[in-house]
Design a protein around this ligand. Structure first.
Ligand code: NDP
Length: 434
């Protein structure tokens, strides 16, 4: 805490991992010899930079850009860029720290990093977004590369932003380096399934967890938060398996639709028009209503998929979900459940999947995009989805087996933390004190 003052989200993420590591340290005391715990908490490199840009009225704005290159033991730094006014170093470090273990769990050769800016894209024109992205990349380009650091999207950074960032990288470096960013458009080096991967992957993980109790998603009421990239494709996948996704939300409130979310309408409102979620309820008719106060977690269902942002589901809301008969929670977002909420779920024997396992499908498919770029190839939707399915099953089984091996059967939090940590720690030890 003294070393990283005021970075509460980072402290929370580190605490959560370290709470799981007692039995690991007892079994592998050698890992402590080279200060592995201290080293793993200290980013290899942290870059903070000025991002000046001009709005459509000619006024100049200054934002702060970040890239935290956290750990390269397993491969080039890999992790998204977030554009949101809440971004500061503590958020970027929490996300980068989580990313190390998540990327290790995928089994792909990628290290951990994260970046972003406190820029608020809401209400900005395309031209403003482009100027901001170009300015951001004018500094970032020095630090990234196919073999160094490969950013992607996150909150506020989707296909449009990746396009502007890639264009500026290419212009500055005069290199068509496809593998420098992931989440690219399909005609210029992107991968099929990348857009869907995080949401689909979270539902695949939920399916695997339910299977351990002889259950599935068919006919279940699913409560989803968020209405961005992760939420939309989590809803799509859950509905394709016969579940009814009842809700979607954004920072202005949530909608509950008793007929199940109309995916085409949601995509039109959110992906095409970039409008507020209340617009969905206005157009949907009598089955849907918009709620601006209260919480999406008040809506009864048996599976919950928090897919918006960190700490969006607290202990009190977990209690409500439990009273309503929740069976499984899979984190589509990063750290959406507070420590207290996780504790309540685990004490009540709810199947609980932490984000670093459940939402790893996005980064795993980014690694598949890198593979396609490296071989100048592009794979079919079905083949790529099959790879994603195998990867998610692999992550599930690795977490479950590790939890079992360390005497905590069914504890996916411990399983994910221990399996991810051991893989990274062993690689760091092998590579010496660097
Ligand atoms: P998007 O920007 O596409 O969507 C984010 C959604 O969450 C929006 O509905 C947004 O509403 C809502 N939201 C964001 N911040 C807040 C807030 N402070 N309070 C309430 N609602 C909020 O982002 P993604 O869907 O890509 O990301 C969602 C989560 O998933 C994040 O935690 C991200 O780190 C994680 N994730 C994403 C991956 C990906 O591949 N995209 C991969 C792995 C994890 P509004 O528009 O009103 O802000």
């Amino acid at each position: 805490t003294a070393r990283n003052p005021g970075e509460s989200e980072f402290h929370q993420a580190v605490d959560e991992v370290f709470e799981s590591l007692g039995p690991v340290v007892a079994r592998h005391p050698d890992l402590l010899d080279s200060a592995i715990v201290e080293r793993i908490c200290e980013p290899e490199r942290q870059i903070i930079f000025r991002v000046p840009w001009m709005d459509d009225q000619g006024q100049v704005h200054i934002n702060r850009g970040f890239r935290v290159e956290f750990n390269s033991a397993l491969g080039p730094y890999k992790g998204g860029l977030r554009f949101h006014p809440s971004v500061y170093l503590g958020i970027v470090k929490f996300l980068g720290f989580e990313q190390i273990f998540k990327n290790a769990l995928t089994g792909m050769p990628i290290g951990g990093g994260k970046g972003g800016s406190d820029f608020d894209p809401s209400g900005r024109s395309d031209a403003e977004i482009m100027r901001f992205c170009q300015s951001f990349m004018t500094e970032l380009y020095r630090h990234i590369g196919e073999y160094t650091d490969v950013p992607a999207g996150d909150i506020g950074v989707g296909g449009r932003e990746i396009g502007y960032l890639f264009g500026q990288y290419k212009r500055i470096t005069n290199r068509y380096e496809s593998g420098v960013l992931t989440g690219k458009g399909l005609s210029w080096g992107g991968s099929l399934v990348r857009t869907e991967a995080t949401g689909y992957g979270a539902v695949m993980f939920a399916e695997e967890m339910l299977k351990t109790r002889g259950l599935d998603l068919e006919g279940r009421d699913v409560i989803v938060s968020g209405s961005g990239n992760v939420a939309i494709y989590a809803i799509e996948r859950a509905q394709s398996l016969g579940a009814k996704a009842l809700t979607a939300s954004d920072s202005s409130g949530y909608v509950v639709d008793s007929n199940g979310i109309d995916l085409e309408l949601l995509k039109q409102v959110k992906e095409v028009e970039r409008a507020r979620i209340s617009e969905y309820a206005e157009r949907r008719g009598s089955s849907a209503r918009f709620v601006s106060d209260g919480s999406v977690w008040d809506v009864p269902g048996t599976v919950a998929l928090p897919c918006a942002t960190q700490n969006e589901l607290n202990g009190r809301q977990a209690k409500t979900l439990l009273e309503n008969g929740i069976l499984a929670v899979a984190e589509g977002a990063n750290m959406p459940c507070t420590t207290e909420a996780v504790r309540r779920f685990q004490e009540s024997d709810v199947l609980f999947a932490p984000g670093k396992a459940a939402n790893a499908g996005g980064v795993a498919t980014s690694a598949l995009e890198m593979q396609q770029n490296a071989s100048r190839d592009s794979w079919s939707f079905d083949y790529t989805q099959q790879r994603l399915r195998e990867i998610m099953r692999g992550i599930h089984d690795r977490c479950a087996e590790t939890a079992e091996e360390f005497g905590m059967p069914g504890n996916y939090v411990a399983g994910a933390n221990i399996a991810g940590f051991l893989k990274v720690a062993r690689a760091m030890v092998a590579q010496g004190i660097i």
